[in-house]
Design a protein around this ligand. Structure first.
Ligand code: FEO
Length: 393
């Protein structure tokens, strides 16, 4: 396979994973790429590598430009195996290549994962000269792991941003302007929501550092390289990392025999009647990671679960567990559900949402068996009136 020329003496030598459908829980229905970059200078430099099963694809792309044994330097911006999994394969060709990673976190995780390797620690503002180019490092901890860093070449005005600003799309298109912008920003949002969302403050710091650089290209480690829409991508990261919201609700539910679903649809209409943009998502029909993306800029979440065996529906328990891990902020909530006896599902969902620090809109709504027309009327009126009152404040 061939390398793709990004600009003079810089090549994309990554891999396209057309069959990636699940990235540790994040549903990647468009596949993904593992982007690695080769810089031809006095010292041949490889920035990141690829997930181990794709090592031969990367090596063949490198071979289309140079003999891989000529690699002098390997920069590991991030030790997660999708960016470092082929390190031993690269070292088979270039055993004397120097490996650089952020210190101490990157060195620790690289050595802890790959063992018999030597890794040189670098910190923010440290520079490695490779000939015409000085490669400068900026540590960006927790965008996505503690070891993340980005690498900047002022000579090329290019930032190798690793996970930051990535998107999961399998494609031969390498640049942002080859896609519809709305599509690409949606994928950027979904990626951020499922990978970076817990780390808003850390993303803010990284954005501040990146905005000071003179950049023409942002070469991510997943998806498209940003060249025409850098501003739009950074602005969206700004919004998401500061948890900015629009007037939007997401009604998330599961149902056993249709009663909780009926409540979900009626409650959704209450939000709509309060002039709030509303989405309805059945957790068994929509991938959790899509729902998380929907929630990123939402102000309200309504969670509905029947009671199963004294607990939540397992699908709803999984959703709430995933949501809690991503630590979303600034959401107001309500909980609803039908039950036959007991009714613990609503109690447990309420407890979870309280623990996430969300603000309750109305008291938990429990309906035994199926909701009657009169019950629905009372529930809807209460929700709409409360929402209208909240919005008029
Ligand atoms: Fe793309 Fe954090 O790995």
């Amino acid at each position: 396979m061939d390398a793709f020329k990004v600009k003079e003496n810089i090549y994309w030598v990554g891999a396209i994973d057309w069959n990636l459908r699940d990235f540790h829980g994040y549903s990647t229905d468009r596949g993904g790429t593992y982007n690695a970059y080769l810089i031809i200078d006095e010292k041949i430099t490889l920035i990141d590598n690829v997930y181990a099963p794709f090592a031969s694809e990367m090596i063949s792309r490198i071979k289309s430009v140079i003999d891989p044994s000529k690699i002098d330097i390997i920069i590991s911006n991030h030790s997660e195996p999708d960016h470092s999994g082929s390190i031993h394969e690269v070292l088979k060709y270039a055993p004397n290549a120097k490996i650089y990673a952020s210190g101490p976190a990157g060195v620790k995780s690289m050595v802890g994962t790959y063992h018999d390797i030597k890794v040189i620690p670098v910190k923010t503002d440290e520079v490695v000269n490779i000939g015409k180019r000085d490669l400068k490092f900026i540590q960006t901890p927790l965008v996505h792991w503690p070891d993340n860093m980005v690498t900047y070449s002022a000579y090329d005005k290019i930032l190798f941003s690793n996970d930051m600003l990535g998107q999961h799309i399998a494609s031969f298109k390498r640049f942002d302007d080859e896609y519809e912008l709305e599509f690409l920003l949606d994928e950027l949002k979904k990626y951020y929501a499922n990978i970076v969302l817990p780390y808003g403050a850390q993303t803010q710091k990284a954005l501040t550092a990146v905005r000071k650089l003179d950049i023409e290209l942002i070469a991510t480690s997943h998806g498209a390289i940003w060249r025409s829409h850098i501003k739009e991508a950074l602005d969206l990261y700004e919004k998401m990392s500061t948890y900015q919201k629009v007037n939007k609700a997401v009604v998330v539910y599961d149902s056993m025999w249709g009663s909780t679903e009926k409540l979900a649809l009626e409650i959704a209409e209450s939000f709509d009647q309060a002039s709030i943009q509303t989405l309805v998502r059945n957790v068994r029909k929509t991938p959790l990671s899509d729902i998380i993306s929907d929630l990123t800029d939402a102000s309200y979440i309504a969670v509905g679960s029947p009671t199963l065996n004294n607990g939540l529906m397992p699908s709803m328990a999984a959703f709430l567990c995933y949501l809690k891990g991503l630590n979303p902020r600034n959401l107001s909530y309500l909980v609803f559900g039908s039950f036959g006896w007991g009714g613990q599902g609503v109690t447990l969902a309420t407890k979870e949402l309280e623990e996430m620090g969300f603000k309750q809109i109305v008291e938990p709504i429990r309906v035994q068996y199926a909701p009657s027309a009169e019950q629905v009327k009372v529930i809807k009126k209460d929700i709409t009136d409360t929402l209208l009152k909240l919005q008029s404040k």
